[in-house]
Design a protein. Structure first.
Length: 444
C-alpha cells in the first residue's frame, strides 16, 4: 500500500535568515567566512538574495500551496550595535509577515538561528554573564514590534548543535574546543529559552493576544550502538544521547538541569513549551564517542544515514516525557541531483501518518537551496533550485511532489507512482567509492 492520509496536520517549509537573506556583513557567520572557514569558499553575503526577492519567494510558496512558513529574523540587522535597534529592519520583517498573513500562510518565527551580531559574538556571546539579559531585550523588542502579526515562536534553533559545533569541535564560530564551555553554553541557551518563553507570553498578553505558542527547535537523532551486541557500544550510545540531547530537553522544556549541565540561578522546574519542536535528519551509530555510519545503509549526499523510522521514534521519546503537540520544525535531505528527495519526503511523512502521535505540523527543510553553513552553497537541501549566480529560481521535481502532497493532504497510489516509485537512495559504499573517503562522521 503506497497511499497514506495525513490527518489534521499543517504542511509547510522552513528557512533561516542567514542562510537565505544575503547582504549582511554584521554577523558571526560572515566573519567566519572572512576567516576562510567555508568549505567551498562561498559567502552568506550572497545566499539567495531573499532580502530583496522575498515577495517572489512568498508568491512561489503560495503557488505550491504551502500552509505554514518557518522563518527567522536576523538579530544583527535588528540590533546592529549593542542597544541600538533598527526600525527599518523591523519594518522590513513586518512587511514580510503581513504578506504571509495576506497569502494565508501561517508564520512560525524563530528568534535565534545560529547567528549572532558581531558585537555580541565579540563580547563572548552566550558565555558572557550578560548574554541572557541581552537576548531577552532583543526578544522583547521583536515581539513588541511584530507580535500583532505572528502568534507562533521558536526561541532558539538547536542549542545542542550550536554549542557542540562551536564550542566542542571548533568547526563553527567561535571555534572553541572545550567540553566545559560546551556545557555552559548549552545550559545558558536552555535558560534563555525558559526566560524567553515566559517573556513572550507576557508581552503578547499585554498586546491582547491569547493564542501565543512558544517552543524551541530541538535537534534530535537516534543514537544506536554501532554493534548492538557490544555492551560498550550500547553504553556509549546512551551516553552520547544523554549529553547531546536528553539533558538539554530536560533543562529547556522542564527547567530541570542535571549534572553535568550547570544550573542557572532562580530557574524553577515547570513546563516551558506549548509544542515540541523537533528537527530530525538522521541516525548515528556510536562506538566510543565518535559517530559512525553503518556500511551499506542508505545515505544522503553528505553521508548522513536516511532512517525515516527515527523521526517517529525521536518524537515518541520526547512526547513521553513532555506531552504536547509535536511540530516537526525541520526534516529534509542533501540531494544535489534531486534524485531521491521525493522518496525521502514520502517515507518520513508516511511514518508520521502511520503513528498515533499528535504531529500537528511538518516543515520541510528547506524551501530553496541556500547557504548551508560550513558546506556553503554546495549542499543543496531545497525544493526549489537556486542558480546562485543569476538568482534564478526553478521548482524541482520534489517541489512539485510536495505541492501535490499538500494538495491531497497525503499521497495516493498515482502520486507515488509518478514521483516516488522510480527513486532509490544512494548507499554509504557508493558514496565512499565516489569520494574515496573513510566511513566516519562527527556528530552534527
Ligand atoms: C539546521 C539548519 C541546517 C540543516 C541542514 C539543521 O541542523 O537548523 O540550519 O541547514 O540542519 O544541515
Amino acid at each position: 500500500m503506497a497511499s497514506f492520509h495525513l490527518r489534521d496536520i499543517l504542511l509547510g517549509v522552513a528557512s533561516a535568515a542567514t542562510q537565505i537573506e544575503g547582504g549582511d556583513t554584521n554577523n558571526s557567520w560572515y566573519d567566519w567566512y572572512c576567516q576562510g572557514k567555508i568549505k567551498d569558499g562561498s559567502s552568506p553575503l550572497r545566499a539567495t538574495d531573499h532580502i530583496r526577492l522575498w515577495p517572489e519567494d512568498f508568491d512561489r510558496m503560495r503557488d505550491m500551496g504551502v500552509r505554514t512558513y518557518r522563518m527567522s529574523v536576523e538579530w544583527s540587522r535588528i540590533e546592529p550595535e549593542k542597544g541600538r535597534f533598527d526600525d527599518a529592519a523591523l519594518e522590513q520583517y513586518r512587511a514580510m509577515l503581513q504578506r504571509l498573513n495576506d497569502l494565508g500562510i501561517r508564520p512560525l518565527l524563530t528568534l535565534h538561528h545560529f547567528t549572532n551580531p558581531l558585537w555580541f559574538e565579540q563580547m563572548g556571546a552566550f558565555e558572557h554573564p550578560d548574554s541572557t539579559s541581552l537576548f531577552l531585550r532583543y526578544a522583547a523588542t521583536v515581539v513588541r514590534a511584530l507580535g500583532d502579526l505572528v502568534s507562533d515562536f521558536i526561541t532558539i534553533n538547536e542549542p545542542n548543535v550550536y554549542a557542540v559545533q562551536g564550542y566542542l569541535y571548533g568547526l563553527w564560530p567561535p571555534g572553541r574546543k572545550s567540553l566545559a564551555a560546551t556545557l555552559r553554553v548549552m545550559a545558558r541557551l536552555a535558560e534563555c529559552h525558559i526566560r524567553a518563553y515566559t517573556l513572550i507570553h507576557q508581552v503578547h498578553k499585554g498586546m491582547g493576544r491569547t493564542d501565543t505558542q512558544v517552543g524551541f527547535a530541538h535537534h534530535m537523532r537516534i543514537f544506536a550502538p554501532l554493534n548492538p551486541k557490544n555492551p560498550w557500544h550500547r553504553i556509549c550510545a546512551r551516553g552520547v544521547s544523554s549529553l547531546f540531547q536528553d539533558l538539554l530537553a530536560q533543562a529547556a522544556l522542564g527547567g530541570r538541569f542535571r549534572f553535568p549541565l550547570p544550573k542557572p540561578k532562580a530557574i524553577q522546574s515547570g513546563a516551558y513549551y506549548d509544542f515540541l519542536g523537533i528537527n530530525y535528519y538522521t541516525r548515528s551509530s556510536v562506538r566510543g564517542f565518535a559517530d559512525h555510519v553503518r556500511p551499506g545503509v542508505p545515505v544522503n549526499d553528505l553521508g548522513w544515514e536516511i532512517w525515516p523510522e527515527g523521526l517517529v521514534a525521536c518524537a515518541r521519546s520526547l512526547y513521553k516525557a513532555f506531552p504536547a503537540p509535536v511540530y516537526i520544525t525541520e526534516n529534509g535531505t542533501c540531494d544535489t541531483e534531486d534524485a531521491f528527495r521525493c522518496r525521502y519526503i514520502y517515507e518520513h511523512l508516511a511514518a508520521i501518518a502511520a503513528s498515533d502521535l499528535p504531529v500537528k505540523r511538518y516543515y520541510h527543510w528547506c524551501f530553496c537551496d541556500n547557504f548551508e553553513w560550513l558546506e556553503g552553497e554546495s549542499a543543496r537541501f531545497g525544493l526549489v533550485h537556486i542558480d546562485f549566480a543569476t538568482q534564478q529560481r526553478t521548482i524541482k521535481r520534489s517541489g512539485r511532489f510536495y505541492a501535490a502532497l499538500i494538495g491531497q493532504n497525503g499521497c495516493d497510489d498515482a502520486l507515488y507512482e509518478a514521483f516516488v516509485a522510480d527513486q532509490a537512495y544512494p548507499t554509504r559504499a557508493r558514496l565512499d567509492a565516489n569520494r574515496k573517503a573513510p566511513g566516519t562522521e562527527r556528530i552534527c
